[in-house]
Design a protein around this ligand. Structure first.
Ligand code: FMN
Length: 217
């Protein structure tokens, strides 16, 4: 599949078929994702791929932690966001509402508990960074995430990055035996998209390139 098509077509998938994904397919995606560039080629991204009953157990733990702590999906900003940026998030949520209505679900429950459940995907991949890194290491993880979701799409799989779970990093580390000195940066739900689910018809908007670019010539 042409890279430009992959970039244009990929969308976050929030409903998956229960069909298992062969481990070889996940291995293929990971082999592609590790082609991502990284500063000084340090390749800091550490993956944990979770499938089967272990994936179910992880979700049960995360949903329990979410119900206890009530930390929801949010940008996690340290200062108030610029107005233009905040508006984009609000607009996206507003545009999702008709799909939630069609499905008869509560939007907050769908997104927050859905994220903790990796939206029912049969595979969850957790991306970690050693805590010796500065914030710069997060750039490398972000690029790897980008490669991962595009590679998965090219191989016919759907993905959704799951940042919410970082609020429950301790629970994840305990459940998956991830050492204390690793930071959970992001998760990825991976599986075959449920094309019949209304939420998978949702297309998130983008501001025009001209709006987000300054030219200095
Ligand atoms: C770092 C990161 C964290 C994200 N966390 C979540 C999440 O916890 N739950 C969720 O439903 N979507 C999550 N998303 C998906 C975004 O909402 C989505 O990428 C955005 O709305 C743009 O839509 P698109 O991926 O369909 O193009 C995350 C995306 C990124 C890049």
């Amino acid at each position: 599949m042409d890279l430009i098509n992959v970039i244009q077509e990929r969308r976050s998938v929030r409903a998956f078929k229960p069909d298992p994904v062969p481990r070889q397919t996940i291995e293929e995606i990971l082999r592609l994702a590790i082609h991502a560039p990284s500063a000084i080629n340090l390749q800091p991204c550490e993956f944990t791929a979770v499938m089967g009953e272990e994936r179910e157990r992880l979700s049960r733990r995360l949903i329990k932690a979410y119900r206890e702590k009530q930390i929801s999906c949010g940008p996690g900003n340290v200062k108030p966001l610029p107005k233009t940026v905040g508006k984009r998030g609000a607009k996206t949520l507003l545009m999702m509402n008709p799909f939630f209505k069609e499905m008869g679900v509560d939007s907050s429950k769908f997104i927050n508990e859905g994220s903790c459940n990796f939206y029912g995907a049969p595979v969850a991949v957790i991306l970690c960074l050693d805590d010796s890194f500065s914030k710069g290491g997060l750039v490398d993880i972000g690029i790897t995430l980008g490669y991962f979701v595009l590679a998965a799409h090219a191989l016919g799989l759907g993905t959704c990055p799951i940042g919410l779970i970082t609020a429950y990093g301790d629970e994840i580390k305990e459940e998956l035996n991830i050492p204390e000195n690793k930071d959970v940066v992001v998760g990825i739900a991976v599986g075959y998209p449920d094309t019949g689910s209304p939420i998978n018809r949702f297309r998130s908007p983008r501001d025009e390139m001209e709006k987000v670019t300054r030219w200095i010539e």
